[in-house]
Design a protein around this ligand. Structure first.
Ligand code: E4P
Ligand code: PEP
Length: 352
């Protein structure tokens, strides 16, 4: 018996999505991309384990919306990596999924054409193509895992994962993180609360059982073994930064109290720079000074950077889009990025 209007009453349709296996067959992992991902993940684990003294730097656009500009950015970053390789591991921010405070463009996977056509299938394919291109160049990638199904499509091309400020407290995201193949940075909450990130590390280090899909797209009971490489990302909150040495010491104490190793990443953007992208170099410089004065808990930083600084609204006529400029949060431009990373490199050469 079919009872009308009792379920899915607010769902307008279901569209078929290719399975992860189908997309992998179309865009298979290549040998060079495999090598980049494995090397990137190993270097990140070594940094977190203090077997590699370098700082990891997750740097790149707030979001990817134009793959040509994204690859242009990756080419520049790769060149800079060669210059600073003694002191820093550069990992490109390749963010396709944007968590919104209320509404807005939710990223390249959700709406690749930026015209509310929401061609999620095309978006996923374009995202995988872009990640493959970046990895084949030899640059490891970092992303925010927002949709719990996406890692089945893209996870083999990612070296570092963030769980965002809006989802660190979510059980679904902690379960997902427990099965991810990369180190995972949990942001503090938008209100500045770091305890949710500490709890997320504890939760995701444990095995979980939850609903998900497998590569064939079959709804599955996913069983995970737990992720041993969770760490905190300090992003400031409630309008206040938390990258200063006192906030860092408070975060170290919270981790110690929870029996966790003191591994911290500072996001130079968001509330740490009052959402003023041009202040990011000041945050970075403070972090570098803390390290030079002997801090051992700061293992990484995050920077929102693009070819052109600032940001732009998505225009109705997409031909009016400014090349290499963010359509989400504001970024520092490429020249400022180079200056910032070169100066950090010089300072870090003199760390104790
Ligand atoms: O970094 C990205 C944004 O800060 C985040 O997605 C929230 O954006 P919104 O507040 O503009 O929605
Ligand atoms: C959304 C982001 O950050 P947060 O979760 O810290 O707001 C981001 O880095 O794109």
């Amino acid at each position: 018996m079919i009872i009308p209007d009792i379920e899915n009453t607010n769902v307008t349709s279901f569209g078929r999505m290719p399975t992860p296996v189908e997309l992998h067959a179309k865009l298979p992992l290549t040998d060079s991309a495999f090598a980049t991902v494995m090397k990137g993940r190993a270097a990140l684990r070594n940094i977190i384990d203090r077997e590699d003294k370098r700082l990891f730097v997750v740097v790149g656009p707030c979001s990817i919306h134009d793959p040509a500009a994204g690859l242009d950015y990756a080419t520049r970053l790769l060149k800079l990596q060669a210059e600073v390789a003694d002191t820093m591991l550069l990992v490109m921010r390749v963010y396709f999924e944007k968590p919104r405070t209320t509404t807005g463009w939710k990223g390249y996977i959700n709406d690749p054409d930026m015209d509310d056509s929401f061609r999620v299938d095309a978006g996923m394919e374009k995202a995988r193509r872009f990640l493959l291109d970046v990895c084949e160049m030899g640059l490891p990638t970092a992303t925010e895992a927002l949709d719990p199904i996406s890692p089945q499509y893209l996870g083999d091309l990612i070296a570092w994962t963030a769980i965002g400020a809006r989802t660190t407290e979510s059980q679904t995201h902690r379960e997902m993180a427990s099965g991810l193949s990369t180190p995972v940075g949990f942001k503090n909450g938008t209100d500045g609360d770091i305890s949710i990130a500490v709890n997320a590390i504890l939760s995701s280090a444990h095995p979980h059982r939850f609903l998900g899909i497998n590569g064939e797209g079959t709804v599955s009971i996913v069983r995970t073994s737990g992720n041993a490489y969770g760490h905190v990302v300090l992003r400031g909150g409630d309008g206040r930064p938390n990258y200063d040495s006192v906030s860092v010491a408070i975060a170290e104490q919270a981790l110690q109290k929870a029996g966790l190793p003191a591994n911290l990443v500072v996001d130079c953007s968001h509330a740490n720079s009052y959402k003023k992208p041009e202040l990011q170099p000041l945050v970075m410089s403070d972090v570098i000074q803390q390290i030079r004065h002997g801090n051992r808990s700061l293992v990484g930083v995050m920077i929102e950077s693009n070819i052109v600084g600032g940001n732009q609204k998505i225009p109705l006529d997409l031909s009016q889009l400014k090349y290499g400029c963010s359509v989400t949060d504001g970024c520092i431009d490429w020249a400022a990025t180079e200056t910032m990373l070169r100066s950090a490199h010089q300072e870090l050469l003199q760390r104790p």
